[in-house]
Design a binder for this molecule. Sequence first.
Ligand code: ATP
Ligand code: MG
Ligand code: FE
Length: 340
Amino acid sequence: PLVLGIETSCDETGVGLVRGCELLSDEVASSVEQHARFGGVVPEVASRAHLEAMSPTVERALDSAGARLEDVDAIAVTAGPGLAGALLVGVSAAKAYALALDKPLYGVNHLLGHVAVDQLEHGPLPTPCVALLVSGGHTSLLLVRDVATDVRLLGDTVDDAAGEAYDKVARLLGLPYPGGPPIDRAAREGDPLALRFPRGKLGDGSYDFSFSGLKTAVARQVEDGQSNGLQPSVPDIAGAFQESVVDVLTRKAVDACVEYGVGHLVISGGVAANSRLRDLAGQRCAETGVELRIPRPRLCTDNGAMIAALGADIVAAGFPPSPLDLATDTSLPVERPLAG
Ligand code: ATP
Ligand code: MG
Ligand code: FE
């Protein structure tokens, strides 16, 4: 079936068309520039931007796939988690399309969309697999037996998400929002071993993460450097911060693969676009004999194709469609592929 995916959980209006594991189109309109001067997403601004971008983005996705609206067999939409007003725009649009076209509607989990999207690049998900989901709002380690029916949460962040830590540290270092890309770039110019920041929760025997202590350590470093005039360079601080984040992420992910005897690791979410995370994960997986899959950066950040990809799996698993009075769920748990 041809699945139309609609994503509006945060600041990207994403619309994608997918058939099975085949990516037919992926159109994204982002309001990130409107939020940059506030240093974070302003919910009302995001909702308004989604409203304006929705129909044109659907049109573009159909055009670039060479499809017509009538060709669509099912509509998948992010029902949660995310910003309430932003989710509502996408879900309302999806309901309208479903009703007008008389096609089934599926309200799906944004977080599992980040995992399912890998199939559009590398083919069907190897199962079981361990999935490391690293995004702006989440940092979760999952045991995935079937992305549509059987997902188990192994560990989660106890405070900040990895992407949130990048965004906060970028602000401390005077780098622009969102902080991931500029820190990634700055770190390449620095010496990541010039400083050493703490590795939150590493070696504690859990699969949980913590990044707020790291953020505080960076803040203290910046303050101390300002008062004693011995400030390490921004690239050195960025590199040392990044090293701490990716060290913990990759070690815990590979440990989970070993403990559960799983041969495949999938990493995704916005932070999976990070070049150092991709390198170090590759290295550690190679050492352990784990096969690593990370989608291309464009598919790691929010998009509609990931929602269509998960929708296709949910349709294939034979779930009944969502009702047309489907509600959004701002805190939909990661273990629930389908809302409601
Ligand atoms: P969630 O998926 O948890 O609801 P979100 O959808 O806002 O959150 P994503 O769009 O998946 O998150 O990812 C955005 C995050 O990814 C931001 O915090 C951003 O800084 C981070 N990010 C993007 N590119 C990079 C990079 N190259 N290195 C590190 N972080 C990055
Ligand atoms: Mg975003
Ligand atoms: Fe996301």
